[in-house]
Design a protein around this ligand. Structure first.
Ligand code: SF4
Ligand code: SF4
Length: 81
């Protein structure tokens, strides 16, 4: 599944440059993750790198965007043909 950034985000800008899919952008108030681009880092890293760098642990799994490992890998291949 894609990940989601909670409203508690402090806009520290740590996650944005780390995303290999350029899925993270600054929204109206806090940073946001595009579920069409987030692969949970499948294809790049073993763990979601944005979660690893976030200092306040405000990036969570998004229950609205549940996807299997195979679906995430297919998304990775669409983004990086
Ligand atoms: Fe980007 Fe990976 Fe975070 Fe998804 S999990 S937003 S692909 S860094
Ligand atoms: Fe927000 Fe966490 Fe990203 Fe910093 S690393 S901008 S607190 S989501």
């Amino acid at each position: 599944m894609a990940l989601i950034i909670e409203d508690s985000c402090i806009n520290c800008d740590m996650c944005d440059p780390e995303c290999p899919n350029k899925a993270i952008t600054l929204g109206e108030e806090v940073y946001e993750i595009d579920p069409e681009k987030c692969t949970e880092c499948v294809g790049h890293y073993e763990k979601p790198t944005c979660m690893s760098v976030c200092p306040i642990d405000c990036i969570k799994k998004d229950p609205q965007h549940i996807e299997s490992e195979a679906q995430l890998l297919a998304k990775f291949l669409r983004i990086h043909p």
